[in-house]
Design a protein around this ligand. Structure first.
Ligand SMILES: [Zn+2]
Ligand SMILES: [Zn+2]
Ligand SMILES: [Zn+2]
Length: 669
């Protein structure tokens, strides 16, 4: 079972050849390209078990399909304008959703209508491979701002779709590796440095030095881009916080209020699959960093460095994936998302059934997180007749990196993320672990502080600023000048009191929350919608600092029973600099440098002490390129072999695979 593949050169040539019988046919494909994973209902893979089953091939298509010498020999989704799927354009508000587009523009008229609407600055929902996108002209200020407003104050940058690499090159600066990646068959969104002359509306990616750009992933997108003659915003077809719409009725119902028109077609999508997102690693590595592994990559298998019994690993809760494994192969699911959303949880359950059938894995073992409240844990506990294996969250992060590099020996790792339940029952997130696939031991951590109000502190980074000031200044935490006017003084005092007393404030060693605190102190973000947004913006700000800014804030590494990264001194330095009028860009750069230096120092110290030669950097915080680059470079200088996530993201998208590796290793010993 293969991932979906972008149109090949041969199909593209036919698509734009007026003499070809599939000239401008948006569903052209062959054995080398086309939809796969998103249309498959069962195994073995043949047309009857895909969402193409309702379309009967015409004699011309049938002849190609049966001819071993033809490029379309046994191409299951083979189709042409005579026998295959067609497009329709629904103008929102003009038709009720029950008509399913009867009497509305079809085929070329549908496409022409969508293109005209886009050119005129309207918002069009477009059915893609794994779900709907919302599209509008990227250079139209009003259209993009309107889209952002209708998506309910969406904060995330919008992805762009450019016609080709030339058009993409006018938007972002691309290295040769990034160009190969962007033009590759997986067609991920590539996040790269924004070109100074990029002609895009302000609301596409406010305040970001980067843009996310992809090339067309289907023939339909190729036609759309060619006809519109402009770069389009191509963002996920959902309102903020919802999963992407992929069923037609649902799309009309949910996107009808956001889009002015819906360009749909009658080839159903079997599995909702989001766009994949990758980011260049700059000087650190030729290979990009995977941020979301989904369309184009899933369900390609990954190797496991040891034999696993038939197994399911349930992953984490946010940015969740699951994984089925057997023998030396593991199939990590596409990005499932936040399981606390009911619709997403349903997709998680159904996805597991689907994968078990596709890859013929009947799990005897089910691995899950320690966290009893994760919905993925709940699912695991409800499975009957299986052996359960509990895997600590940060150990799973470590094991995922070890396993993808085929490493079975011991390593020392810095695992920095937002949160995960620790072996001691507290919230971890800044962990130095020593271990291998089977076992890991906590040998160090970030100085723990209070998380005032629990989850509220995740949404309100100013609370973390408050908690860190309480920790750094022995309980004295007046509202700093840099945050005045952005936080209510009375609420600040209440939260400071919570942090001092520990009321409703669990203890956490989370590095993600430390980033939140510094971002809030710098006045960048006091409130966020998505976890991690403040950290992303803090990193973005640092890129505005002069490249020569090599200064680093002090961050003592205290050797006790467990090593402790005492960031209280760092926070004091941040406060001093801000009070002295140092700009946030420089503060952010010095903060990044200080944390990278201390992390590298602590890891090399531990590596020497424990006699290990391999270091691992992972966890969602290491999506931060600045931190990762400096940290990896310093570690390499000490002679350590540095392993970083490549095939899978540093974030919780890798947890399921890590759990599978741990469970497989534990069952062997
Ligand atoms: Zn092809
Ligand atoms: Zn046909
Ligand atoms: Zn994590």
């Amino acid at each position: 079972m293969s991932p979906d593949v972008a149109p090949c050169e041969d199909c593209l040539a036919e698509l734009f050849d007026p003499g070809d019988r599939r000239h401008r046919y948006p569903f052209i494909n062959c054995t080398n390209c086309g939809p796969r994973f998103t249309i498959v209902r069962g195994v073995p893979y043949d047309r009857a078990r895909t969402t193409m089953s309702a379309f009967e091939m015409c004699s011309a298509c049938r002849a190609e399909y049966e001819d071993p010498a033809n490029r379309r020999f046994h191409a299951q989704p083979n189709a042409c304008p005579k026998c295959g799927p067609t497009m329709r354009l629904i103008v929102c508000g003009e038709h009720d959703s029950t008509t399913q587009g009867e009497g509305t523009p079809a085929g070329e008229d549908a496409l022409a209508g969508a293109v005209a609407a886009l050119i005129a600055g309207r918002i069009v929902a477009v059915k893609g491979l794994g779900g709907y996108h919302l599209a509008c002209r990227a250079d139209n200020e009003r259209a993009v701002a309107e889209l952002r407003a209708r998506k309910r104050r969406e904060e995330k940058p919008f992805a762009l779709m450019a016609a080709d690499l030339v058009a993409a090159g006018a938007l972002v600066d691309l290295t040769p590796a990034e160009r190969r990646l962007m033009g590759g068959p997986e067609r991920p969104i590539v996040i790269a440095r924004r070109h100074p002359g990029a002609h895009v509306a302000e609301a596409v990616a406010p305040g970001s030095p980067d843009l996310g750009v992809m090339l067309p992933s289907t023939p339909l997108h190729h036609l759309l881009l060619a006809d519109a003659g402009a770069t389009l915003v191509m963002t996920s077809g959902n309102a903020s916080d919802e999963p992407i719409a992929y069923c037609d009725e649902e799309a009309l119902a949910r996107l009808g209020a956001i889009a002015d028109a819906v360009l749909m077609h009658d080839r159903p999508i079997e599995v909702r699959v989001d766009d994949s997102i990758v980011r260049s690693r700059g000087a650190c590595s030729e290979r990009p960093m995977m941020l979301r592994r989904s369309r184009g990559y899933a369900p390609r298998s990954l190797a496991l460095p040891l034999q696993a019994p038939p197994m399911l690993a349930c992953g984490a809760e946010l940015k969740s994936t699951f994984c089925v494994a057997s023998g030396s192969r593991a199939w990590v699911s596409h990005h499932i998302g936040d399981l606390r959303n009911w619709e997403t949880l349903r997709a998680f359950r159904e996805g597991i059934d689907h994968f078990q059938a596709l890859f013929a894995v009947a799990p005897e073992v089910v691995a899950h997180d320690l966290h009893p409240d994760y919905l993925s844990t709940g699912y695991a506990l409800a499975r009957e007749g299986v052996e359960l294996v509990r895997v600590q969250h940060h150990h799973a992060h470590l094991a995922a990196v070890l396993a993808e590099h085929g490493e079975r020996g011991r390593a020392i790792g810095a695992i920095y993320d937002g949160s995960g339940l620790g072996g001691d029952g507290t919230v971890w997130g800044g962990e130095l672990l020593l271990g291998d696939l089977a076992h890991a031991e906590r040998v160090g951590h970030l100085f723990p502080v209070r998380l005032p109000g629990g989850d509220a502190a995740v949404r309100e980074p100013w609370r973390m600023a408050c908690a860190w000031l309480v920790a750094a200044f022995d309980g004295e935490a007046p509202l700093p000048a840099s945050m005045r006017g952005r936080v209510d003084r009375e609420r600040w005092e209440q939260v400071a009191e919570m942090a001092r007393r520990g009321t409703s404030s669990p203890s956490t060693s989370s590095v993600g929350r430390l980033f939140d605190a510094v971002a809030a102190l710098c006045g960048i973000r006091t409130v966020v919608r998505d976890e991690g947004r403040a950290a992303i913006e803090l990193e973005a700000v640092a890129t505005c600092a002069p490249a020569s800014e090599r200064d680093a804030y002090p961050l003592p590494v205290i050797e006790e029973e467990l090593l402790q990264l005492d960031t209280r001194e760092t926070v004091r330095a941040v406060v001093d600099d801000l009070a002295a009028g140092v700009c946030p860009a420089v503060v952010s750069a010095r903060f990044h440098n200080g944390l990278a230096d201390a992390t590298a120092h602590a890891l090399s110290l531990l590596a020497r002490r424990e006699g290990v030669r391999t270091a691992v950097l992972s966890g969602g915080v290491f999506q931060n390129r600045l931190l990762l680059e400096r940290c990896a470079a310093m570690l390499a200088e000490t002679g350590l072999r540095v392993l970083i996530p490549c095939e899978l993201p540093p974030n919780d998208g890798a947890i399921s695979y890590g759990q599978a590796a741990v469970a497989a290793a534990q069952l062997r010993t």
